[in-house]
Ligand binder design. Structure first.
Ligand code: PGA
Length: 252
C-alpha cells in the first residue's frame, strides 16, 4: 500500500510579527544541518506570507490559513486563494475549527473554500474534528466522517487534498486522544478516502492535530494512517517545531 510522505505543518494562527522571520531562518538552518525525514510547512498570518516566502528557505514551504471561496470581488477584509498562490503558497488550510466556530463556517463553506484553493492549483488542508460533547455522546466518528464527506469538493483529487483530524477539545488544551482513538478515527477517514478516490485514496495524507509537541509526537506520528501533524502552539518557535519534525528520525 502506498504510504504518503509525512508532512509536519505549523499553523501560526494570529501570531507573529516581522521579528518572527528569524524563526523561519532558524528552522531552515536546523533542517539544513540535521535533516528532516518529512515535508515541512509553515502557515503564518497573511501579513507574513510575502516576507517568509521571499526568504527562499528551501526546506520550509509557506502556506495560508484560510482563503475566500470567491476568486475576487466585494468582500472587504477577505483574501482569495489566487492572492496567496501568487505569493508562493501551495497549501491552504480550510475549515479549521476556529474558523468553523468564530466565523460560522459550515461544511458547505469549507467545501467551497477547498474548491477555491484547488482551482488555483493549491492543496487544500481540510480540517475536521469533533467537540468534547460529541465525543462524550459517542458521536465522534459519525461527526467527523460526515464532515469529511461534506467538506471535500468535486474538484478534489488525491494530489490536491489533505485531511487534518483535529479534535476541538485537543486544540491548545494539552490533552490528546488515546492512540487507540486516533487510530480508529484515521482508519475511518482512510476508508472514506478510499471509497471516494479508489486506490489513490491511500496516498492522501491524513494529519493529526491538537496539542502535538515534541514529547508526544513519536507516539502519535507512529499510529497507522497518521501521515503527519498540524501544529499550533508548538510551531511558533523553530526549536520546538524541529523537535516534532525529528519524531520522524525515530519512526523512519
Ligand atoms: P495546538 O493547535 O497544536 O496549539 O493544539 C493545533 C491547531 O489548531 O491546528
Amino acid at each position: 500500500m502506498m504510504t504518503p510522505k509525512a508532512l509536519v505543518a505549523g499553523n501560526w494562527k494570529m501570531n507573529g510579527l516581522k521579528a518572527s522571520t528569524q524563526e523561519i531562518t532558524r528552522l531552515n538552518d536546523l533542517i539544513n544541518t540535521s535533516g528532516a525525514k518529512c515535508d515541512v510547512l509553515i502557515c503564518p498570518p497573511f501579513t507574513l506570507i510575502s516576507t517568509f516566502a521571499g526568504l527562499g528557505a528551501e526546506n520550509v514551504a509557506i502556506g495560508a490559513q484560510d482563503c475566500h471561496m470567491n476568486v475576487s470581488g466585494a468582500h472587504t477584509g477577505d483574501i482569495s486563494a489566487e492572492m496567496v498562490v501568487e505569493l508562493g503558497c501551495k497549501h491552504i488550510i480550510v475549515g479549521h475549527s476556529e474558523r468553523r466556530a468564530d466565523h460560522g463556517e459550515n461544511n458547505d463553506v469549507v467545501n467551497a473554500k477547498a474548491a477555491a484553493a484547488q482551482n488555483e492549483g493549491a492543496t487544500a488542508i481540510i480540517c475536521v474534528g469533533e467537540t468534547i460533547e460529541e465525543r462524550e455522546a459517542g458521536k465522534a466518528l459519525d461527526v467527523v466522517i460526515s464532515q469529511v464527506k461534506a467538506s471535500i469538493p468535486q474538484s478534489a483529487t488525491a494530489s490536491n487534498t489533505i485531511i487534518a483530524y483535529e479534535p476541538v477539545w485537543a486544540i491548545g488544551s494539552g490533552h490528546t486522544p488515546t492512540v487507540m482513538d486516533v487510530q480508529e478515527m484515521h482508519k475511518a477517514v482512510r476508508e472514506v478516502l478510499m471509497s471516494r478516490f479508489g486506490a489513490s485514496g491511500a496516498g492522501i495524507k491524513i494529519l493529526y492535530g491538537g496539542s502535538v509537541k515534541a514529547s508526544n509526537a513519536p507516539e502519535l506520528m507512529s499510529v497507522p494512517n497518521v501521515n503527519g501533524a498540524l501544529v499550533g502552539g508548538a510551531s511558533l518557535k523553530a526549536d520546538d517545531f524541529y523537535g516534532i519534525i525529528s519524531a520522524y528520525d525515530e519512526i523512519g
